[in-house]
Each structure stands twice: as structure tokens, then as C-alpha cells.
Design a protein around this ligand. Structure first.
Ligand code: CO8
Length: 258
């Protein structure tokens, strides 16, 4: 499959998706969204693929935001009428796990896209920010919600109100990213982690993702009940039978995803 604005490559059970508009610091225009929707849908539908990595091209930027030049002439009617960028909801609906590997700028929509991932790994040169206020607008792809849930109100409010960028070290201590690695090692580290996740029983991986995401949507009591029911349901899978037998027999599990 070939795309105008992204590169997609299967590396074993891992799909690597690379934003590929380096001349515009990977700014997210409508074509990027169209391409990403197709790539993530193909990844989700392909049984040979177990985990994905989304990254930017080059070390300078993951993505420097939504494409300002595309948005500049738009009116309220254009934005509201087209439900501009609502298609990103289709990417967050991806059922299999995926990782954002962020080097350089992840600003505005770039930061918001990274936060749609199940987890972020950052290069030590990563810079996260929600600078939309400087353009007379606000976050629009989930930044005010996901950043606040990730790092808390005080830091999120400060970043969204001032556009201040947060470096990789602060992003790690604040809980925005899972891990920071030297920028030159970012892709290898992300692929290594993706392969580790890809080697897990696939139904359990989807179940874990649903459980952790439920923590953002439910009360504690509802979430714990949901978790327990998902746990119970995995006892209907072949991989549960295999996983527990493999433990008892002291051998690695052989997963069927059934
Ligand atoms: N959109 C379009 N083009 C961009 C963008 C962008 N977001 N960012 C960079 N570019 C382009 C530049 O225009 C430039 O192109 P050209 O050479 O043709 O002039 C090229 O990329 C390189 O950029 P710079 O020369 O500016 O590179 P610098 O190293 O000097 O600066 C920065 C890098 C600091 C990242 C700078 O480019 C910058 O500030 N970019 C804009 C960052 C920003 O404001 N992002 C937020 C955008 S708004 C947004 O994301 C809203 C999301 C919600 C939308 C949802 C709608 C429902």
C-alpha cells in the first residue's frame, strides 16, 4: 500500500508508520488524516500485525501541528460543517496497541496525535507543546483533555495558556511519556518495545488496552467491574488455556489469538 503523506512498512508483526512531510515538519493536513485512517484500519484488520509504531521522518519533528496553511482560510462554517479532523476518532478506535515514537517537535495536533497512542516513547530531543493559543485558537484534537489527564491540571493549564514547550525529561517525570532514550536510538527502542508487545497473546493485549483506557472513562467501581468481566472473558480463549499450561509445563506459550 502506498500513500502520499506517510510511509508504511511491515517489519514482522510490527507495522511502522512514518509521517512523511519533512519539508513542513510533518504538519498534519487533511491528506495525512486520510492516509493515517487507511493505514491504521489496515493494521487493525491484518491478523499478522500485532503492534504498530507511529513516528516522524527525521529527528527534527514528530509533527509540528495541524497544517496552519491549510487551516488559515477556513471559516467557522467550513470547520463545523466538515467536522474538521473528527476523523482522528477513527484512529483512537484502533483496537490493537500502538506506540508513538517522538523525536523533536510534537506541537499542537502533533502532541495530540502522540497522546492518542497507547504510550509514547520520546527521544531526548523531544519537545511537547500546545501552542494553539498563540494562533488565536485552542487545542482541537483532544489536547486539553488528554494532556490534562496525563500530567494534571496545573502543568496542562500552564502549557495550554502559554504555549510553553515541555522537554523530554520533564515529560517523563510528568507522566506524559513512558520512557526517554537518546534520539538516535529512538526508532530501535520503539521497535524493540513493539516487538515485545507483538509477542504477547493478541486477545489479552486488546483486552489490556480496553481495561487501561476504561480508567479514563469510568468511575473506579465501574472500571474495576469492567476489568473483572474482561478478565473472566479471557477464560474463554485458547490463549488462556495455552498460557497457563505453558507456565505449568515451564515452556514458552504458543499463541493463536483465539
Ligand atoms: N503547519 C504548516 N506548516 C508548518 C507548521 C504547521 N503547523 N509547522 C512548521 N511548518 C512549516 C513552516 O512553515 C516551514 O515551511 P516553509 O519553509 O515553507 O516556510 C517549515 O515547516 C519549517 O518550519 P520553520 O521554518 O518554522 O522551522 P523552525 O525550526 O524555524 O521552527 C517550529 C520550528 C518552532 C516548530 C515552528 O515551525 C512552529 O512554530 N511551527 C508551528 C507550531 C504550531 O503552532 N503548531 C500548532 C498548530 S495549530 C494545531 O495544531 C491545532 C490542532 C487542532 C486542530 C483540530 C481541528 C478540529
Amino acid at each position: 500500500m502506498s500513500f502520499e503523506t506517510i510511509l508504511v512498512e511491515q517489519r514482522g508483526a510490527v507495522t511502522l508508520i512514518t509521517l512523511n512531510r519533512p519539508q513542513a515538519l510533518n504538519a498534519l493536513n487533511s491528506q495525512v488524516l486520510t492516509d493515517l485512517i487507511q493505514a491504521f484500519a489496515a493494521f487493525d484488520a491484518d491478523p499478522s500485525q500485532r503492534c504498530a509504531v507511529l513516528t516522524g521522518s527525521g529527528e527534527k519533528a514528530f509533527a509540528a501541528g495541524a497544517d496552519i496553511k491549510e487551516m488559515q482560510p477556513q471559516s467557522f462554517g467550513d470547520m463545523y460543517g466538515s467536522n474538521f479532523f473528527a476523523g482522528y476518532d477513527r484512529i483512537t478506535a484502533t483496537r490493537k496497541p500502538w506506540i508513538a515514537a517522538v523525536a523533536g517537535f510534537a506541537l499542537g495536533g502533533g502532541c495530540e496525535l502522540a497522546m492518542m497512542a497507547d504510550l509514547i516513547i520520546a527521544g531526548d530531543n523531544a519537545k511537547f507543546g500546545q501552542p494553539e493559543i498563540k494562533l488565536g485558537v485552542s487545542p482541537g484534537m483532544g489536547g486539553s483533555q488528554r494532556l490534562t489527564r496525563a500530567i494534571g491540571k496545573a502543568k496542562s493549564m500552564e502549557m495550554c495558556l502559554t504555549g510553553r514547550m515541555m522537554g523530554a525529561a520533564e515529560a517523563e517525570t510528568s507522566g506524559l511519556v513512558a520512557r526517554v532514550v537518546p534520539a538516535a536510538e529512538l526508532l530501535d527502542a520503539a521497535l524493540k518495545l513493539a516487538n515485545e508487545i507483538a509477542a504477547m497473546p493478541p486477545l489479552a493485549a486488546i483486552a489490556v488496552k480496553e481495561q487501561v483506557n476504561a480508567a479514563y472513562e469510568m468511575t473506579l467501581q465501574q472500571g474495576v467491574l469492567f476489568e473483572r468481566r474482561v478478565f473472566h472473558s479471557l477464560f474463554g480463549s485458547e490463549d488462556q488455556t495455552e498460557g497457563m499450561a505453558a507456565f505449568v509445563e515451564k515452556r514458552p506459550g504458543n499463541w493463536t489469538g483465539k
